[in-house]
Write a protein that binds this ligand. Structure first.
Ligand code: AMP
Length: 279
């Protein structure tokens, strides 16, 4: 079933929860792929009912970003949701979520949202946190499912839930990749055949980093250089950032002596792709 209003979702979830059923929420921007599907399948396994939200959130896009051309296909999305075991799709229009254009209230998980993607996409995580907080209040789920693909987003959402005492458990799900290593993303659809090949440089450079770490390298600067060197070999690739940070607090680290997030963003032609490795 697909609903467009906040009231419809609230009523449905309230009924489920009155019956003692647990509810899982999978927030997405649609154009669903196997990565999203893995989140829905996990939610269906762990919860009695699953709500998938599909909303291309305008307030998390910068002025020069791809809001207008972001891919959409609600028919395909419905099919994937059904096959993965979702019980309800919440697909609101912009006006339902933001009745007077921009909201008066924003949420900023300040300490975690300045680096990595936050440095390159000012205001992005404020937009993400604000919409996710709204979705948490609207859906009132027991658990919410997020992909490790967006590692900074996941860390920020976890902290927001802790700081603001949201009554929802955040479940992190592993990155789903194509057979050749490319992390699935709705934005992969922008890539030409040639760019699609070039995009493999993201996972390839992370694999190189992993091998070096496994061989005993612990200096972040050396790992970073290795990644940069590998990416620079690919003529269609332009590095947006390569960062190595503490996986918990996203602060820079010199030595990889505790769990690190190695995150990168790379333009392949005009398309900005992200990938990461937690080691
Ligand atoms: P999006 O529609 O891009 O906002 O993504 C919705 C959710 O799906 C987020 O929690 C993402 O981290 C997650 N996701 C997107 N791509 C993947 C992937 N390749 N593997 C796992 N999760 C993913």
């Amino acid at each position: 079933m697909i609903v467009k209003t906040i009231q419809q979702v609230k009523e449905q979830v309230e009924n489920w929860r009155k019956d003692g059923l647990t509810v899982g929420l999978v927030p997405t921007m649609g154009y669903l792929h196997e990565g999203h599907k893995s989140l829905i399948l996990r939610a269906a396994k762990e919860c009695d009912k699953v709500v998938v939200s599909i909303f291309v959130n305008p307030i998390q896009f910068g002025p020069n970003e791809d809001l207008d051309k972001y891919p959409r296909d609600i028919y395909m999305d419905k099919e994937i949701c059904k096959n993965a075991g979702a019980d309800l799709i919440f697909a609101p229009e912009d006006i339902e979520m933001y009745p007077y254009g921009k909201p008066y209230t924003y949420i900023d998980v300040e300490k975690l949202s300045k680096g990595l993607c936050g440095a390159k996409r000012p205001g992005h995580f404020v937009g993400v946190c604000t919409v996710v907080a709204k979705l948490f209040n609207i859906v009132n789920a027991n658990k919410a499912y997020f992909g490790q693909k967006d590692a900074q987003q996941l860390a920020i959402i976890k902290k927001m839930v802790e700081d603001l005492n949201f009554d929802v458990e955040i479940v992190s799900c592993p990155i789903i990749r194509e057979k050749d290593g490319l992390a699935l993303s709705s934005r992969n659809t922008y890539l030409s055949v040639e760019e699609r090949k070039a995009a493999l440089v993201l996972s390839r450079s992370l694999n190189k980093a992993k091998k070096a770490l496994e061989a005993g390298e612990i200096l972040a600067s050396n790992i970073k250089n290795l990644i940069i060197e590998e990416i620079n070999k690919e003529p269609l690739a332009k590095i947006d950032y390569v960062e190595i940070v503490d996986a918990d607090n996203l602060q820079d680290m010199d030595k990889i002596d505790k769990e690190a997030l190695i995150g990168l963003a790379v333009f392949i032609g005009k398309t900005r792709l992200i990938d990461n490795l937690v080691y």
